[in-house]
Write a protein that binds this ligand. Structure first.
Ligand SMILES: CC(C)(COP(=O)(O)OP(=O)(O)OC[C@H]1O[C@@H](n2cnc3c(N)ncnc32)[C@H](O)[C@@H]1OP(=O)(O)O)[C@@H](O)C(=O)NCCC(=O)NCCS
Length: 163
């Protein structure tokens, strides 16, 4: 298994992996995705490949099959700070290849990229009920910083009016 920078030829595999992740997360999604959302993701990854502030990584097995991916882009996560962080997203390892160090290897490469660019933080958002992902990230030393709470407006008003 090796981790390398993705190339435009990898885009179909990247979108397929992203779809696998999206299916897994469907139950936790609150906001309805826009139509054409997968095409958007493909375009975003393609553009990121020629941007110095972003990185698209793939993990491939010994046969050259793409079995995992990770995307990172430079962000300023706090509204009150100019400090930069590499924001990871689309971190996914194909079912059947999990638990063998592929995720860890992807994150290692992303962290190296951040270090080379003098970016002092790595951050990501994950769905709170994704226990496996939480265990993975916490095992790598990540700690929760903010929690996003959501309620449908109608349900909120009903609850408030009941009180
Ligand atoms: C989360 C994910 C990317 C981790 O990749 P992976 O290749 O399975 O992880 P690794 O084998 O590198 O594991 C690294 C460590 O995390 C732990 N870990 C990984 N998945 C775990 C899980 N589901 N539950 C508990 N611990 C887990 C491993 O035990 C390992 O710990 P160790 O180094 O102490 O042995 C992968 O399981 C995955 O694709 N999950 C589905 C998609 C997803 O939820 N992505 C994250 C979105 S934020």
């Amino acid at each position: 298994m090796k981790v390398r920078r993705a190339t435009p030829e990898d885009v179909p595999s990247l979108v397929a992996l992203f779809q696998e992740l999206d299916r897994m997360q469907a139950d936790w999604r609150v906001f309805t995705p826009r139509p054409g959302f997968y095409d958007e993701v493909g375009r975003k990854y393609r553009e990121a490949m020629s941007t110095p502030d972003a990185i698209v990584l793939v993990a491939e097995d010994d046969e050259g099959e793409v079995v995992g991916m990770a995307y990172g882009e430079t962000q300023m996560p706090s509204r009150f700070s100019d400090e930069r962080a590499l924001e990871l997203s689309g971190v996914v390892v194909r079912a059947g290849y999990r638990g063998r160090g592929v995720g860890r290897a992807l994150v290692r490469e992303a962290a190296r990229f951040a270090k080379e660019r003098g970016i002092d933080w790595v951050e990501l958002k994950t769905f709170a009920p994704n226990r496996g992902a939480m265990a993975f990230w916490e095992g790598l030393g990540f700690t929760p910083r903010v929690v996003q709470l959501t309620s449908p407006t109608e349900a909120l008003l009903e609850r408030l009016d009941e009180a």
